[in-house]
Design a protein around this ligand. Sequence first.
Ligand code: NCD
Length: 474
Amino acid sequence: MNFTGRSLVTIDDLSNGEITAVFDLADEMSQSMKEQLDVCRGKVMASLFFEPSTRTRLSFESAMHRLGGSVISAVDTKATSLAKGESIADMARVVGSYADIIVIRHPWEGSARVVADYAGVPVINAGDGGHQHPTQTLLDLYTIKKERKIIKGLKIALWGDLKYGRTVHSLIFALAKLGANIVFCPTPGFEVPNHVIQKLIAEYGGELERLAASEQSDKEKVSPLDAIYITPGSPHQLAMMPNISIQVELKRGVDALYVTRPQKERFATSEEGEGFKKYPVVDKKLLKEKEFEKTLIMHPLPRVDELACELDADPRSMYFKQAARGVPVRMALISLLLGVKEIATPDKSSPAGIDYPAYRQDLGLKCPNPRCVSVQESETKYIKPTFKIVDTNPLILRCTYCEHGFEPKYVASSHWHEGAPEYKKYHSAESHWARTIRPENLIVFNSADEAEVRGFKPSHYATVPHKRSDGQKR
Ligand code: NCD
């Protein structure tokens, strides 16, 4: 596959072979740093960081300098025309005419996709809110590969804020596509969002075993574990013996423990972080058991209180190595996307995922995620929200910008009411009608009011027929 001119917005933009190719080039470059000084001579990289950053920004800039290129930068929206109400699309068009490649970090989820759509030059997502951070994932995988040689079949535990941590969201998909098993150890209340789990199982196969309620009271060990993802790649004991305890499974140890800090800047309320007060700190005591003897201790950094400094000198600790490896990995990526370096990819597979049907109706449907770029005032003038229909039972739509999934409450069909207003009816999305509507005719509403404003009347099937005993929708 050819990298030239492409953007890296989510980790799905790269196939497994392309990820390996980036690592091969990073290896080659790190062995001969001084020889890379002409690789990007005459090229300009725009480094736009509208959220705090030390490692990502400086390692990208260091990477471009080590390739002999130049860097222009903006680090604060208040110092740019975004503060005057300029749209991200206009900024992208302009910066794309000053630079050959753009690296962007921005708090709105899906913002890097918009920049990639309008810039006309390759764009690298350096973190878009709580959505994804694909280059952090590349250097995380590079580190695991360097230390363990092969990623397939490994068991990686993710620890801490799995709700808002964008690094873990990209890492989950990458580990799944490379055939690793994942052990989820979230701080209570910071579990992996449902839309990430839905995409993981639908697109990467495998299965998710949740910790049974009976096991949750077992506090004797590393207790934050709530689920384990088993890759479809290899036959697995859990898959073959469904009754085996996942606590027992964890006691067999993990190949890496990926720790993350509470992403306070994304908490909805100040109380949201309470769970972290009771959450175990990753320290020598926690990792003293035999099953952690060879565990790699990883962290994207910065750390706050969740990872003890006493581990810094421990040979299992990888976090400073991870940060250092960001430079050759980003050098490789920049030069591939700029087309100034080529490298053979070991497989020809395309990175494209499932080709879901698009939601086609233009009836004002908005993404319900308030952090999505498509609902921000400055962006609604030109962004037409777009969605994919990723499941029909239950009906789930996914925003193409922030990738949040949601289950609309009501549905209607553009086909049935055509030319016959008396048939302009809406139904519960849980009724059997919902599943008979063809994707090209599907209309969805998040509330009855939305449907009625559009002139739809409730059908006999508009009341929600079925709720689970735990109160959640099916
Ligand atoms: C991470 C980020 O910004 O998402 N940091 C990084 O890029 N190395 C993790 C974090 O801030 O917690």
